[in-house]
Design a protein around this ligand. Sequence first.
Ligand code: ATP
Ligand code: MG
Length: 749
Amino acid sequence: MPSKIDLSTLNQPQREAVEHGEGPLLILAGAGSGKTRVVTFRIAYLIEARQVAPEAIMAVTFTNKAAGEMKERVNFLLGKEAAKKVWIGTFHALCLRMLKIESPEPFTIYDEEDCKRLIKECQRELNLDEKTLKADQIGYRIESAKNELIDENQYAELASDFTTRLVAKVYKRYQQKLATNHAVDFGDLIFKVVQLFDRNPEVLAKYRRTFQYILVDEYQDINHSQYGWVRRLVNDAENLTVVGDDDQSIYQFRGADVRNILEFERDFPRARVIKLEQNYRSTQTILEAAWSVVKNNSGRKEKKLWTENPTGEPLFYFRAESEAEEASFVVREILRTTGGRYGKRARLADCVVLYRTNAQSRPFEDALRRERLPYRIVGGMKFYDRMEIKDVLSYLKFLVNPADELSLGRIINTPPRGLGDGALGKIREVASRFELSMFGAMERMTLSPEEVPERVLRSAAEFVRLIHALLARMDVEDLPTFLTSVVMETGYLGMWQNTPHEEGASRVENLNELIAAADEFRQTGDNTVKGFLDQIALAASWDEQDSDGDQVTLMTFHSAKGLEFPLVFMVGMEEGLFPHANAMQAENGLSEERRLCYVGITRARERLLLTGASTRLSFGNRVYNSESRFLLEIPARCLAGATPLAHQRELKVEAMKGLWGGKSYGGAKDVFADPPAPEDVSQEVKHVLADDEPGEDGLRAGRKVRHSKFGTGTIIGRTGEGENMKVEIAFNRAGRKQMLVRFAALELL
Ligand code: ATP
Ligand code: MG
């Protein structure tokens, strides 16, 4: 059979990397330069040309999707038999495989929810108040400790303050419980194997003999435990190939340590380093935009990237008025592109929508559903399947239909209000005795107390009051306001607001999105809870008929690592969202956000569209967002569509240069050579808006002001009166913002 491995399809440095003989090899190269392709080819090459046994090769990828793709490619190059024998997988999958081989006892893997429940059990048993330290917070600390290979005993020794001592107690109990249940959590998968290696050198020696070649993709995001595992497995021949890009390190918040790749040569002094500089994925314009953004980070290793690909279209920027308009624009664009108007008919699967947080998927899901376009969400759940959304919808369903006991069951003790299983048993008894519905029984109990414990009686009465109060509001409040009342009055929102870390924050974001969905629904003319529920139910039933066919992909920037798509939408390009406000609080948070933006841009092969909304609904109030600073870092010449404010003057200068045929003659040179100082941008705006009504308070267009947070800027417009008066200000640094005058505390300059 002729070989399918055609090394002539590789460029020179790629080929050198594939054919590299013995010893450590580092490929540190930019996005789309063929790193993953080199790893795949190298596996095939080692087996075919160097007669290495397939089972002597291990390749580690970052995601299941990447592992699947790599298996497929090796399959294609070498056939099923050989491909099956190569150890290809994520860190977790490979460690699981080793644990299964080495431990005779079967065990269960606990997911996040299971772990959380277990932690809560520990807290209860240890009499630790759940309010002092939330289960999620403890879980996060245990996970971080495991990433650092710190076991429960070491943790206890290191614990130095109140919080860490408390976590130490739970950590110990938690590990005992896992052991009794014959279970492991995700962090354990890697940690246990490392421990196994350290306790049984003969086991480690076996694997070191087995794996003659180890290859690791996305090495920039490896954390300490993953590193420890790989480092132990590498034998004296040091046949370790790692590939990565420090500019794409985006998991530092999860313990990834970029130093592992940057210090590879110190770690393995014999290492050979190969650079790949040609990008095969993207157009020149996309590459230029990506580089212009990431170059603003300091302390990076500069990597040149060039491409033979065409210049391509400029990036397109669309600034919508609202999140709904943003989503409609994206879906219209998808329809247009896949509708064959560009000659080549793109498939839906060529399109991806990338966002910063999971909650942002909602308006896009709704817009796609309206057009009956199938979509899939990678690495996350569809919006209406998420727990918090189902919970709140259950509240609504129950309010509309008090006979719906399935919904009642879901909400009666969520958040906990003393109506657990025991209490429910009592209520059920009363219900069946008097042939009442559950809620009917609760109402009756409060009127004529039966032999029900006082505690249950009180909790039930409280719940009945809550439901009646909500029912009274349902008829008078408009839909989004009512939804806001539901999440607030029931304590449901508060429950998640008090949950720290990503989990709580993302659930709160999702609840906010549900209210935004209600607001959009209201604009169809129907303001009823029932109508809203019906529409969601209908859309969901259509959704289930979905197949794995041609569909649009939706995912977060984080999940998109390593992937590529012909048409990419980067949505929500706004300050606070991307870069995300929470991330900015972490050390080096902005740099990591910027790398994430670089990852996003470099996913695109042909077309990249960036969108943002100038206003978003936040718990019923419209808030104004300014444009993401990343947009401003993309040179104006790479952008079409709307113009980010800071670019407007620059473009004007360019356009006028065009009138002179791109050359500057005599006096014209003086006019255009020195762009005015940044503050002067506002002078143009001032000029345009000169006849705007002057305000008695001096807040008129053109007026310079200072804001404590955003610095100096110029008023470019105002709306509303009195309490509701808003001004729009073009800040010299922070971009354009609208603000309510009464809160803004502006200083006139
Ligand atoms: P990332 O940093 O995003 O993970 P990468 O460096 O791993 O990117 P690949 O995904 O391996 O890059 O390659 C990017 C694209 O370029 C793929 O479509 C790949 O098939 C193509 N490609 C890589 N090298 C070549 C080559 N020598 N000739 C033609 N196409 C190539
Ligand atoms: Mg890759």
